[in-house]
Design a protein around this ligand. Structure first.
Ligand code: ADP
Ligand code: MG
Length: 238
């Protein structure tokens, strides 16, 4: 089939129920998902005119609001693949507190993700907070927390904030665990339990992104995802 040929050409392997067809151009954000024009244009405006294979598959799955387990090599553009759907689902600043949560293994990476999100959002107001020891306590104030839409953090910093009762994640609808393979290294499994328990919204969407999908990552995904679509990019015989 045409879809099969596309997957093979892009070296993508998709498994799961009702996986959406990968997008082939960013313009589909508008034509297929009815997204805003600015968002459809945002990747090209940032200099990324052509979606990478993982972006073709993963962005579609997330725009469809499905859970995902994604494996794609370092440098393949995973960040954009999940940031665009977050912008699509959040749309604009709302004074509701954190509606999306991105967990990354290092603070440097959290800052990079924040920068990428700001570039994509442009003048469209989506407000992000990179959690630090210094700003954590301020978030205890409900009104202060309502200034933000997206929280970006390392797992340990977040668990400290949750343990101190300073961070409210009950409104989070979109959770991304980035570099899940690296997250697994530092006792992350216990931290994940704490984070997932705090994300108590009944329609929480969970996305797991990783350079590799070792058994530990697959097990972690199985333990908290029910109907996820699994996508692997860069496979030889897709
Ligand atoms: P990963 O998380 O998979 O390691 P990144 O999201 O960090 O990859 O992206 C790697 C690099 O590729 C970044 O410099 C990013 O700006 C760039 N990039 C992302 N998407 C595209 C694209 N569609 N076309 C060209 N470059 C891209
Ligand atoms: Mg990455």
């Amino acid at each position: 089939s045409t879809a099969g040929a596309f997957l093979k050409e892009k070296r993508l392997k998709l498994t799961g129920t009702d996986a959406p067809l990968p997008l082939t151009a960013w313009s589909e954000i508008k034509s297929r998902w009815n997204g805003p024009s600015w968002l459809s244009a945002a990747p090209s405006t940032c200099g990324f005119a052509t979606p990478t294979p993982i972006q073709c598959a993963a962005t579609s799955i997330l725009l469809d609001d499905r859970d995902i387990l994604a494996g794609a090599p370092t440098g393949s553009g995973k960040t954009l693949a999940y940031l665009i759907p977050i912008l699509f689902h959040l749309r604009e600043h709302k004074k509701e507190g954190f509606r999306a949560l991105i967990v990354a293994p290092s603070r440097e990476l959290a800052v990079q993700i924040d920068g990428q999100l700001a570039k994509l959002a442009g003048r469209n107001e989506i407000r992000t907070c990179v959690l630090t020891k210094a700003n954590q306590a301020n978030l205890k104030d409900k009104e202060a927390a309502k200034k933000f839409d997206v929280l970006i953090t390392t797992p340990l910093r977040l668990v400290h904030g949750l343990d101190a009762g300073e961070i409210d994640l009950t409104n989070v609808r979109h959770l991304v665990l980035d570099e899940a393979d690296r997250l697994l290294e530092d006792g992350f499994l216990e931290q994940t339990d704490t984070i997932l328990a705090a994300c108590s919204h009944p329609s929480l969407r969970k996305a797991l992104f990783s350079a590799t999908l070792p058994s530990g990552v697959e097990e972690m995904a199985k333990s908290f995802q029910l109907d996820a679509i699994r996508v692997i990019a860069g496979v030889k015989d897709a």
